[in-house]
Design a protein around this ligand. Structure first.
Ligand SMILES: [Zn+2]
Length: 316
């Protein structure tokens, strides 16, 4: 047996381990919400579509604004009560994408997309989970202004966690879309694929949306079969990750491959093939002869792949 490779300390998974206590029982408590809004420790993440607005700093930017600072910006949309961080109220403050775009030119501001912020570490890591929470809910508001039942304009209620229809009395809740993301393994080999959207060198786990009426296991089986022609047996849940692009929940799994022949669905993937453990270790260590890489540690795919290399999972 070869010695365990040195892959360095295990990095944290982005957007997880939120320090926010959501205090959901306060969402209907107007008096408590007023007190929160006036709390001198209250602060908001300002988000315009894909753009996260920050106060420029070095080396880290500050993504928190006082509510007064946020309200002074033009183009406000919804405000969402995210919860309490160490007792301090936190809000998601929506602005139009055009407002966020314009702030790129303003001194003292730094405006970037969340993927870049997470991968490049542009804010302190504790901010990633609440920004993900705010971005996902604000995106839902932007896309659900009208009742899906009767078409009337809806109104945000419950501190931004529900929209109500005044016409048919329908209540609408923020949605989360489950996605299975899995590493199919066969002994010392694993199946990786490439989406045409990926960076040129990157290979990753296969993934796909869970469909209505489908279990996580069924979705893993179906997606692996559809995208790469591989039949899987046992499926083991690993961990999950909110993925606010725009509102997914990634459900990480390992799956036991019981067939070997890869048949790539070229509508979904650019390519898929088997990788040996040695090849994957070279990718994780940044010394693959063709320069191939795995996704960065902010993404759950890195952790799914690494857990298999670290020997935490196997189907022997
Ligand atoms: Zn309605």
């Amino acid at each position: 047996m070869s010695p365990r490779p040195d892959l360095g300390p295990k990095p944290t998974l982005g957007y997880t381990d939120s320090r926010i206590a959501r205090a959901a029982e306060k969402r209907t408590d107007e008096a408590a919400l007023r007190v929160f809004a006036q709390d001198p420790r209250a602060a908001a993440y300002v988000i315009g579509g894909e753009h996260i607005v920050m106060k420029q700093g070095a080396p880290l930017n500050d993504p928190l604004f006082t509510l007064a600072q946020a309200r002074a910006l033009e183009g406000a949309t919804e405000t969402v009560f995210l919860g309490l961080m160490d007792g301090a109220p936190r809000f998601g403050f929506g602005v139009t994408p055009a407002t966020a775009e314009a702030l790129k030119e303003r001194d003292g501001f730094h405006v970037r997309d969340l993927r870049s912020i997470a991968v490049q570490g542009l804010v302190a890591p504790e901010h990633l989970a609440p920004i993900a929470e705010a971005k996902a809910v604000l995106h839902w508001h932007a896309r659900h202004r009208f009742c899906s039942n009767c078409g009337a304009a809806t109104q945000p209620v419950q501190a931004g966690w529900r929209r109500d229809c005044p016409q048919c009395r329908g209540q609408h809740f923020p949605r989360t879309d489950p996605v299975v993301i899995m590493l199919a393994v066969d002994g010392d080999n694993c199946l990786l694929g490439r989406s045409p959207r990926f960076m040129q060198s990157m290979w990753s786990c296969l993934a796909g949306f869970v469909e209505p009426g489908e279990s996580i296991e069924d979705a893993v089986h179906r997606e692996t079969k559809e995208e790469a022609g591989i039949t899987c047996g046992r499926v083991v849940y690993f961990r999950s990750q909110p993925w606010p692009f725009p509102t997914s929940l990634m459900i990480g799994c390992h799956a036991e491959a019981i067939t070997r022949e890869v048949v790539v669905d070229r509508d979904e993937l650019e390519d898929a093939r088997w990788f040996s453990k040695d090849e994957v270790i070279a990718m994780l260590q940044g010394r693959h002869p063709q320069g191939l890489t795995t996704p960065p540690p902010v993404a759950i795919a890195y952790h799914i792949i690494r857990a298999w290399i670290d020997g935490e999972i196997g189907f022997d």
